[in-house]
Design a binder for this molecule. Sequence first.
Ligand code: MSP
Length: 642
Amino acid sequence: MKYYLTTPIYYVNAAPHIGHTYTTIAADVIRRFKRMQGYEAVLTTGTDEHGQKVERAARAAGKTPQEFTDLISAEFRKQWQTLGLGIDRFMRTSDPRHHAVVRMLFERCLKNGYIYKGAYTGPYCVYDELYVGDAQAGDPCPDCGRPMETVTEENLFFRLSAFQERLLELYEQQPGFIQPEVRRNEVISFVKQGLSDLSISRTTIKWGIPVPGEDRHVFYVWFDALTTYMSAVAGEDRWPADLHLIGKEILRFHAIYWPAFLMAAGLPLPRQVFAHGWLLFEQDKMSKSRGNIVRAEPIRRVMGIDGLRYFLLREIVFGQDGGFSYDALVGRYNSDLANGLGNLVSRTLKMIQDYRAGVAPSSAGTGESEIASLARETVEAVIAAFENFEFSRGLEALWALLSAVDKLIVERAPWVLVKKPDGESRAQLDATLYTAAEVLRIAALLLAPILPESAARIWQQLGMKHSLDSAQLEECRWGQLAPGQMIGALGPVFPRLEAAKAIAEMRALEVEETARQAALLGGRPAAPQPQPAEKISIEDFAKVEMRVGVVLTAARVKGADKLLHMTVDLGEREPRSIVAGIAEAYAPGQLVGRKVVIAANLQPRKVRGVLSDGMVVAASPEGGKPVLVGFLEDVPVGARLT
Ligand code: MSP
């Protein structure tokens, strides 16, 4: 039985941070879980190395693209090793073996009549490498909010429009193809609106895979990147993938473009795309461009990798967005791991050591106990939850079993039983200690995918002879802890952390790690460099009418994370409808009543179907969020800026 899963291949214009780690940890959990179910599970990750952003980042770092990508790709690989993640294949898009597979995919699509040549002129976001249909140059990119540039290119187009029906059929016939459900519905309604053909080559970029027979063209990064999932296992009997695990922002590429490319090429489709949510930091998506990232390494050094793994999978419902904070991280660790599981392990094993000379007692009668039947139900519930990637639900069920054992220990009071010499008390003491130890054995098995290092420590302390690495989930059946077995050497599994001290240490290490990564990247972030502006006459400047307005209403634009729709009073008869790419910097509520500056005589246009009659003036610091222009003194509505 084979199981093949992938993470996204990460861009090399940023060094690894906890967002990348989140997906890769989840993939590692699934890989370990599948292996414990008897699958030969293989996990692919890698680095996405082509495109203009990388070209620019390399230039800013004073390196060639190849030198630059070698460095950052190695950084990703090293990070996954340090964190103990089970990566089986690591593919780089600059690897010639990958190029061959991209060419093969293209040639099959070409032969089947799905590629044609056409010209494209229009706005393009260099940062996101995204063409935007209904926009103009200078408009904010609907994804990142940065101003777009106009490009004209002769491109090769992929006939995406031919796949609308077939894609809808796929989603219909295989409801599990896109998960979770809410994401599936989003994709279905998007595809139902109709699909435009997709440009899959670029002539403006050099750093990419050359298109066969078209000297000046390189492949569009997504045509190139998605194919990594196949090239990583080329020559093995492993395709199609069982699972592509991704963040929700790249769902369209995976759920629409990728199956369409494969259909066009006549190749088998992956079985599932699962899009998880974002890790947020103070309500905002963590990302390099927002400058609010945290790295995993400082956390690992202070609390161990299992503390982070547990937090990410227990605190956040997999599939939904979830907040990260050091307080919550350390809080969870202390409450659930140090005080919860860790404490249960140490008290149970200490009692076996003290009251039974370190020998696992008789299991007589325990199989029929309430805890044993709760354990059976829990095993089923946890496995079912993990099968559906509902990690937090599975962990919750397991912790309910651990609490029941805690309660049993308090009720039975082994420290009292041990003082009674009668046979019944002895039997009760044995049953209690066996039950607690057996639950811990089962817990170690169920937790092995989530907490590999600590579960192995619990396993050893229980005196288990075979390694947890080779254990299978069927060993969760009650009663496999052998009476008479000597327990191992005891030691703390989750030492309690002093919160303030641990957080201060993590923060200090985070500063060091940030500096180390910045040095690696050559200091400058990979954002587009501002072009020197052309000089204009005062008359030209006077053509721009900038006026002071007050925001009357503000609301997010549906389906565009960066856009806000506002109505702004400029002292005219009617307020203006204005769309601006500032939703990540300002909540709607912060804007109402605020004075803003509007470029008021621009041609009105539609942004995402909403009228924008004017442009809000803001500073756009490189790599940061937009900052609205404002005044220190009060200025009347309608006043003109000259
Ligand atoms: N190179 C593309 C993917 C190509 S796949 C064929 C890309 N790379 S990326 O470096 O930007 O990585 C994006 C992925 O990193 C997300 O899809 C998600 O898996 C992970 N995350 C990055 N930041 C994240 C959060 N703040 N929260 C959760 N996951 C995050 O897109």
